[in-house]
Write a protein that binds this ligand. Structure first.
Ligand code: HEC
Ligand code: HEC
Length: 151
């Protein structure tokens, strides 16, 4: 996937998430719609009225940012089942870790960055993960920023 489309996915993820957080009251009014379709059964962070496409765009963004596939967070159904994954299940601890990460990102963006972001940037999963499940915390090599001449 090109760099541009990856950026778009991250942007989708972020804007949906932010919209989700801002629209709690609207969420309640629209919850009936999700109840009607009954598509998702265990959303604790995302709004209940998230469409299928919106949810999948977010999930692809997670997988991309962490360099994994869906199975990193979602438990598999027994072999021979109609569906490969039990997406609503919380059996895999990584899924709850991801929920904690979503709460953390929300706090960073709203409680801190929104007040001081002259560049208009917000934190996303990719800010830290950049294709790894455990972020790489090694500092860049010293030679990456050569000292100015004469120093
Ligand atoms: C980094 C972890 C992570 C990855 C990777 C991930 N998901 Fe999820 N997924 C979650 C979390 C967390 C939730 C629950 C969100 C909430 O509580 O609002 C969720 C919820 C879902 C749901 C809704 C289930 C329900 O009924 O409540 C579906 C469907 C889903 N994911 C599909 C996918 C697919 C398809 C992929 C691969 C493209 C994927 N996920 C990759 C963490 C992940
Ligand atoms: C501020 C940096 C930061 C951001 C932003 C961030 N994470 Fe993390 N995440 C971490 C760190 C650090 C760890 C490793 C913690 C540890 O030592 O186990 C981690 C671990 C995880 C793990 C467990 C990985 C594993 O296999 O053990 C998941 C899942 C995860 N993050 C999902 C997410 C998702 C989804 C987002 C975006 C909503 C996100 N993270 C945003 C820093 C971050």
């Amino acid at each position: 996937m090109s760099k541009v489309s990856r950026t778009v996915i991250v942007a989708i993820t972020l804007s949906l998430f932010l919209a989700a957080c801002a629209a709690v009251t609207q969420q309640k009014a629209l919850a009936a719609r999700a109840a009607d379709t009954g598509e998702f059964h265990n959303l604790q962070i995302f709004p209940q009225n998230l469409t299928h496409d919106e949810l999948i765009a977010n999930m692809r963004g997670f997988a991309k940012a962490l360099g994994t596939r869906c199975d990193h967070c979602h438990a598999a159904n027994p072999p021979g089942s109609k569906e490969q994954f039990d997406f609503a299940s919380d059996a895999k601890p990584e899924k709850n870790t991801a929920r904690a990460m979503l709460r953390m990102v929300h706090a960073v963006d709203f409680d801190y960055l929104a007040k001081v972001n002259p560049h208009g940037q917000m934190v996303t999963c990719n800010t830290c993960h950049r294709g790894h499940t455990v972020p790489d915390t090694t500092a860049p090599a010293e030679s990456a920023a050569p000292a100015p001449p004469g120093l």
